[in-house]
Structures are given as structure tokens and as C-alpha cells.
Design a protein around this ligand. Structure first.
Ligand code: NAD
Length: 355
């Protein structure tokens, strides 16, 4: 079989080690020669940030983090960075915190060290997101890719099991969607498959014991692979749907991804047999959907969009917004009818099945 493809690898340093975040961040701040450091952490994340920043001289701290980065919050944070002549941002937290750091970097070019405390994976992508007038806009820009990512499994011990599961399923969604996304290639598909394997191994251990280092490490490793694969392969159908649901209906990011994923897999799998075989293999199951459904059962993963504030009345409008966004080369051709059926099933939480 001949291979022909173009693949870009993003340049980024990853420092991975349990109990090593403070040492690794201080060493990176020195290496980058920064003297006016801005710490970004949400109020919930401040205690973690205190540990991480123990050996760093912080010039200014910013806590006003809101999910999906409303434009006015981004502008306020940019003003604070400019007024304080910040030369390095250290973000400590989940995807929302990383997202705010990226919003500053987008217009200023200030470098970011991202210390990630969930499995969202934003730290490993060059994708930014902003929300304005209830519409979420995303874009790609080299300036928003953190120069360094720091992972420390101990920082994730406090992430509640329910949120760990939802966030882990978000990472799994990056992997699954990467297999048929517009720029899917053999390199990012390999990363995605290994990401599924690592997440499927790590997440049940996390759910059993949230302070088990090996489960947390596997989950973080899988989350990084998932984000690198997603950044390279681009947004497939799953991400287009969740992006609209999050931005327009203000649904929680990780739970939305966790809920929608099995319906997208059930929708596409019969039309993407190679991807399905790969997912099945990574799960050690006979089909991708069987593997995913079993993992969801073990983890008691989120089941229905109606549990997160999405209403049945929203379905026609949501479908009309995301239908035109779905990539033309999606394995199965989307229509108003089949997407309405998909979203209705995800809203109700009925068992995801392939036709
Ligand atoms: P989040 O960052 O909103 O975090 C969820 C909650 O968990 C918050 O209250 C946070 O303070 C808390 N939290 C985080 N880490 C914790 C820890 N270790 N212990 C206890 N509490 C903790 O949620 P998320 O799912 O990580 O990120 C979602 C956001 O990231 C969305 O806006 C999404 O669009 C964005 N995102 C962007 C990309 C990208 O490539 N640009 C990729 C993935 C996600």
C-alpha cells in the first residue's frame, strides 16, 4: 500500500512527572529568562497554583476565568497583561484557564507555560476559542501554542471523579474524531489509537481511586496524545457538534463531549470500517462502540444532554447551526433528518446503536 500525506508536527516541550511540577515550572521560567510572570488560575485552582508556583516570582495573578472565554473577559485579561508588561504567562488549571492564557497570547504573542489539571488537552493545541454574543469562534494561531506543557499527576488528585470521567471522555473524543477528521493521517491516527488505549487503561483506575498515581499518569499521557492528534487532524463531526452545543447553549464542555461521543461513533462507524477496527483494537473489543459503551458503563459516564440543560426544543435550531459545519469528507453524509435523530438520542440518553 502506498503512503502519501503531509503532516505538521507542532514544536512544544512537555515535562511529565508526578510531584515535579514546582521544580519543572521554576526551571522553565529560568530557561525562558522571564522576569514579569502572570499567573492565571481560576479560584478553584488557586490552591494547586500555590504549590506549583512555590519557587517562582509572580508579578501579577489573574483569577477571573470563565468557561468558553467570553470576549470581554479576554479583553480584561489582555489589559492586565499589558499594564503589567508581562513577559510570560503561567496558566495552572483546566481548559478554561489555558483558554484565557491563549486569548492573551493571541493578540500579544506572550509565551505560555501551561500546567494542565484536567484532561481537556487545550495545552497541546494551537487552537484558540472565544465566545461573543452566544456564538463560539475558534481559530488556529501559532502564537497560542504553549511553549512548554507541565504535567504532574498529583495536581489532578483533587479533580472529582465525575469531572475526571467527563474530562477523560473529552480526551477520548479527540482521539475518536481524529480518526476521520479532515487532516487525519497515519501519524495522528497512530497517536489517537495509543491515546484510546492509555485512556481506557487509566480512567477506570482513576474512578476506583482518584489518588492512584499510575491511573492518573496513564490518563494524562492519553490526554496529551489525544490533544496532539486532534491539533494535527483537525475538528471532525463530533467537535463541530459539541462546539455549537457548548457555545450556543452554554453546556458544560467535558460532559457535552462525553455524552455526544457514542452517538457520533454509532453514526460514523459503519461507514468507517478501518477507523472502527482501530478503535475496537485499542479498546480490546469486537467493535469500537462495544468498547466505548463498556467503558462508559464502568465509569458511569454522562448519558444525556437533558441532564445538562439542553432542551428538546433546542434540537432543530442546533442541527441547523452545525449541519453546514460538518466536514464534507465525514464518513457518513449528514442530513437534517439523521442529525436530528442523533441529537434527539443524545438529548434523551437512549442506548447508542449503529443503524
Ligand atoms: P474547566 O477548565 O472549565 O474546568 C472545570 C472545573 O474544574 C473548573 O471549575 C476548574 O476550576 C476545576 N478544576 C480544574 N482542575 C481541577 C483540579 N485538578 N482539581 C479540582 N478542580 C479542578 O474544564 P475543562 O473541561 O478542562 O476545559 C473546558 C474548556 O477548554 C472549554 O472552554 C473548551 O472549549 C476548552 N478546550 C479548548 C481546547 C483547544 O484546543 N483550544 C481543547 C479542549 C478544551
Amino acid at each position: 500500500m502506498s503512503l502519501s500525506f503531509a503532516h505538521d508536527t507542532l514544536g512544544q516541550r512537555l515535562l511529565f512527572g508526578s510531584g515535579m511540577a514546582a521544580t519543572n515550572v521554576a526551571a522553565e521560567v529560568d530557561r525562558l529568562g522571564a522576569t514579569r510572570v502572570m499567573l492565571i488560575a481560576a479560584p478553584f485552582e488557586q490552591a494547586i497554583a500555590d504549590t506549583v508556583m512555590a519557587d517562582v516570582n509572580i508579578h501579577v495573578t489573574y483569577n477571573d476565568v470563565v468557561q468558553h472565554v467570553p470576549i470581554e473577559k479576554a479583553e480584561d485579561a489582555r489589559r492586565v497583561a499589558a499594564e503589567n508588561k508581562v513577559d510570560l504567562i503561567v496558566s495552572v488549571g483546566g481548559g478554561s484557564t489555558t483558554g484565557l492564557a491563549k486569548a492573551i497570547a493571541l493578540t500579544t504573542g506572550i509565551p505560555i507555560i501551561a500546567v494542565a489539571t484536567t484532561y481537556a488537552g487545550s495545552e497541546a493545541t494551537n487552537v484558540w476559542g472565544l465566545t461573543e454574543a452566544a456564538r463560539k469562534t475558534t481559530g488556529v494561531d501559532a502564537r497560542v501554542l504553549p511553549v512548554t506543557v507541565v504535567y504532574d499527576a498529583e495536581l489532578t488528585y483533587s479533580l472529582p471523579v465525575e469531572l475526571s470521567v467527563a474530562s477523560g471522555m473529552n480526551a477520548l473524543a479527540h482521539c475518536v474524531d481524529s480518526l476521520w477528521a479532515p487532516r487525519a493521517d497515519p501519524i495522528n491516527q497512530a497517536l489517537a489509537a495509543e491515546g484510546i488505549r492509555a485512556l481506557a487503561a487509566g480512567l477506570p483506575l482513576v474512578a476506583q481511586n482518584p489518588t492512584d498515581a499510575s491511573g492518573r499518569e496513564q490518563a494524562l499521557y492519553g490526554a496529551y496524545l489525544s490533544a496532539v492528534a486532534f491539533a494535527s487532524a483537525g475538528s471532525g463531526m463530533h467537535h463541530k457538534i459539541c462546539h455549537v452545543l457548548g457555545g450556543t447553549y452554554n453546556l458544560p464542555h467535558a460532559q457535552t463531549h462525553a455524552t455526544v461521543l457514542p452517538y457520533v461513533l454509532a453514526f460514523n462507524a459503519p461507514f468507517a470500517p478501518e477507523a472502527d477496527a482501530r478503535i475496537a483494537d485499542a479498546f480490546g473489543a469486537t467493535s469500537g462502540l462495544e468498547g466505548l459503551n463498556e467503558l462508559r458503563r464502568v465509569l458511569d459516564a454522562p448519558r444525556a444532554l437533558k441532564d445538562y440543560g439542553f432542551t428538546e426544543d433546542n434540537i432543530p435550531e442546533a442541527v441547523s447551526i452545525f449541519l453546514p459545519l460538518i466536514p464534507a469528507d465525514n464518513p457518513r453524509t449528514p442530513t437534517t433528518e439523521n442529525l436530528t435523530e442523533l441529537l434527539h438520542a443524545a438529548w434523551a440518553g437512549s442506548t447508542p446503536k449503529s443503524d
